[in-house]
Design a protein around this ligand. Structure first.
Ligand code: SAM
Ligand code: SF4
Length: 332
């Protein structure tokens, strides 16, 4: 089986799968409070997701990340994770991982470890209970902290992802760095991306990470680290704590040259780029036949259309998102 290579010679080895568009939080930069979710019948079943992911693994994907919405609120999600873990056992898959808000980890952390998951990305934007409520609207801070404890106890490595929000958590970043590094966790800051209408003004939320880095350099000595991940984060070492800080700057830094990933939605749409609208419907060939070949052909054709890069902008005049779908649809 030939592997997936796009027109710019990038090997596609990383698939991110949004297993649900639903979530138990309503983060202000991600969702409107009165979100309309997809009708359940539109969603791929877990069996279909298994078949799709397994086809990608067959075609050379080495890393799978389940995301959402909140992946751990999808009913029976552990069934899918257990199924997918067979590819870890066979060695076809190098990593199976998740991005989560940690709210369900007290229930699931041990099982995740048992199914071969070793690392989790946990999204947490603040260590202040009141701000947590203001940002997530529906989130429960104590549950998240208990979830992090459970993950630690189960032996899972954690990376914290925090969205940098102007006037909200910019006064806390040093505290968050000290906390995560004390725990032995990397922390990565993300710029707000203009995805989906959330009923709030993006320009008010947007904090360029160049400014954040400037602020950090007043308290910390930051040393650039060579880029080894192939991902969009640029890392520095914080000499005072010994830990790593990542910056994901989709708005100000072009990270597309080394992009090795594609994204699948919970309805089976494949997006070749987070910042572009071009997609491919994989649900149709999946449902059309039990034979995987039409599906493979659609995947190959889609990869041949992977664009060179994105062109995110916050449309200042019209204040509209440059990509109309929400992050919870494509998966962060
Ligand atoms: N619910 C899970 C979580 O929060 O980790 C997984 C899905 S969430 C959509 C994935 C990541 O996308 C989170 O780290 C979140 O902070 C980030 N995110 C959501 N909307 C964003 C936006 N408009 N700009 C930048 N990051 C965003
Ligand atoms: Fe839910 Fe994650 Fe979006 Fe927050 S960022 S609303 S936790 S999907």
């Amino acid at each position: 089986m030939t592997n997936l290579v796009d027109p710019y010679d990038r090997d596609i080895t990383y698939l991110r799968v949004s297993v649900t568009d639903r979530c138990d939080f309503r983060c202000v930069y991600c969702m409107a409070e009165d979100m309309t979710f997809l009708p359940k019948k539109e969603l791929l079943s877990l069996e279909e997701m298994d078949r799709l992911c397994s086809t990608f693994v067959d075609m050379g994907v080495k890393k799978l990340r389940l995301t959402g919405g909140e992946p751990l609120v999808r009913r029976n999600i552990m069934w899918l994770i257990e199924r997918l873990s067979r590819h870890l056992d066979s060695g076809a898959l190098e990593e199976l991982t998740l991005t989560t808000n940690a709210s369900q980890l007290t229930r699931f952390a041990q099982q995740l470890y048992d199914y071969g998951i070793r690392r989790l990305n946990v999204s947490l934007d603040t260590l202040d209970r009141d701000k947590f409520k203001a940002i997530t609207r529906w989130g429960n801070y104590d549950k998240v902290m208990a979830g992090l404890d459970a993950a630690k106890a189960a032996g899972l490595h954690i990376k914290i992802n925090a969205v940098a929000l102007r006037g909200v958590n910019d006064d806390e970043v040093e505290k968050m760095i000290a906390w995560s590094h004390r725990e032995g966790w990397d922390i990565t800051f993300i710029e707000v991306m203009p995805m989906g209408d959330v009923g709030e003004n993006r320009l008010d939320q947007y904090l360029p990470l160049s400014m954040l880095r400037g602020q950090l350099q007043k308290s910390y000595t930051l040393t650039d680290l060579p880029d080894k991940t192939g991902g969009p984060a640029r890392y520095v070492r914080c000499e005072e704590t010994g830990g790593r800080i990542g910056f994901i700057t989709p708005m100000t830094h072009n990270f597309c040259e080394s992009c090795n990933r594609v994204r699948l939605t919970c309805t089976g749409m494949l997006y070749m780029c987070l910042g572009q609208d071009d997609d491919a419907d994989l649900r149709a060939p999946l449902r059309q036949s039990d034979d995987d070949e039409p599906l493979r052909e659609t995947i190959r054709e889609a990869i041949s259309r992977k664009p060179k890069g994105h062109d995110f902008i916050i449309d200042r005049r019209n204040r509209r998102p440059s990509v109309s779908r929400h992050m919870s649809v494509t998966g962060g």
